[in-house]
Design a binder for this molecule. Structure first.
Ligand code: AMP
Ligand code: MN
Ligand code: MN
Length: 345
């Protein structure tokens, strides 16, 4: 299940690529069928950048417009209040032959699941992304590995299309930006990020209310589930060439016992990555029998993007993921091996 190792990419987007993207949207969007796609198990940046851009296209007068993502049509509870949700359709209902496909926050075609065929079916594809591991698929590639979120790229393209921000577009982009910067705490929180946040907040949105909804609210059962899963965490101070590792796993049975949906586990990496004694944190989450979504985080000593790429996934230097197979212990054998091979400091 490994895929091509990412090629080296330019860190910012060339003027010629912006121009092609604008030309492509102007050529195909107004009269054509436009399909927007984000990655499987969508997070705040995937949904927020996609829906914010979709609302922008609607403002441009685009009428045949759908947004979708592969896999079960389930929107994580924190995102069920996002503007533009009426544009979302399940994978099965997505235009089979769109004129234009726009792809959001997708590092590799494998993250498009069954929707990958729409890339070839479309007359043109534009990819908006910010993963250093982006594999460079699609006709026009707007990939900025220095951007804190795909929403940063989306806002710039909307600006170049002369779409002004309104409250609804801004709320989508704000959720995306706040999600991928960990509420403006991570390293990628540059002046550019705060300037963008200022433009978004100036539309009148309520940051406190949005944060409560997307970060500070979870069912009681999810808290009890977290207690079980955190309770079995293991500390390995000698892993990652002595930089240390903490890891845990969650099974489908854990979810069933506490009557929780899989997306609630997306937040579980946060308490785990706070462990002071180690550099690396890992959460191994069962998504199907013997199949695990693995979240990796580093504080800087290990390039977890390289670890994830070596194991068939992708991501960023300090936050990455891949799909593992077997038992959690088997998955961790390969993780330990790759961690030791990708120490950078
Ligand atoms: P997560 O741990 O799911 O929050 O993901 C952390 C980062 O790694 C995000 O930028 C994801 O887009 C990326 N990522 C996670 N899983 C994969 C995968 N299977 N393939 C490529 N990138 C991934
Ligand atoms: Mn994402
Ligand atoms: Mn992202």
């Amino acid at each position: 299940m490994t895929e091509a190792v990412a090629t080296t990419i330019d860190v910012t987007i060339a003027e010629a690529d912006w121009a092609s993207a604008v030309r492509t949207v102007r050529e195909f969007a107004p009269a054509g069928r436009v399909l927007l796609i984000c990655h499987v198990s969508p997070d705040g940046d995937a949904l927020g950048s996609m829906l914010g851009f979709a609302l922008g296209l609607r403002r441009l007068g685009v009428r045949d417009l759908q947004a979708t993502f592969p896999g079960p049509f389930e929107i994580p509870e924190p995102f069920t209040g996002l503007p533009g949700l009426d544009l979302l359709v399940p994978e099965a209902d997505a235009y089979p032959n769109p004129d234009l496909v726009l792809v959001f926050d997708v590092a590799a075609e494998s993250r498009l699941g069954g929707l990958v065929d729409r890339l070839a079916a479309a007359r043109a594809t534009v990819v908006l992304d910010h993963h250093a591991s982006n594999t460079r698929f699609g006709d026009v590639q707007l990939v900025d590995a220095t951007a804190a979120a795909t929403a940063v790229v989306a806002e710039q393209l909307l600006d170049r299309l002369d779409v002004p921000l309104d409250l609804h577009i801004a709320e989508c982009l704000y959720v995306a930006l706040a999600t991928d910067t960990g509420s403006f705490r991570f390293d990628m929180t540059t002046p550019r990020v705060h300037e963008m946040a200022a433009r978004l907040i100036a539309t009148g949105l309520r940051p406190g209310e949005i944060s409560r909804r997307i970060f500070d609210s979870r069912p009681f059962g999810a808290m009890k589930l977290f207690a079980d899963v955190l309770g079995r965490a293991e500390l390995e101070p000698t892993a990652a060439a002595g930089h240390g590792l903490v890891w845990t796993y969650a099974t489908l049975d854990d979810l069933a016992r506490h009557e929780q949906r899989p997306y609630v586990l997306d937040a579980l990496i946060d308490p785990v990555r706070c462990v002071a004694e180690v550099d690396v944190s890992v959460v191994v989450k069962e998504v199907a029998a013997g199949e695990w979504a693995v979240s990796l985080r580093s504080k800087g000593a290990v390039d977890v993007s390289a670890v994830a790429i070596a194991l068939g996934g992708g991501g960023h230097r300090l936050a990455a993921g891949f799909t593992g197979y077997g038992a959690p212990g088997d998955v961790m054998v390969s993780v330990r091996e790759q961690l030791a091979a990708h120490v950078v400091a």
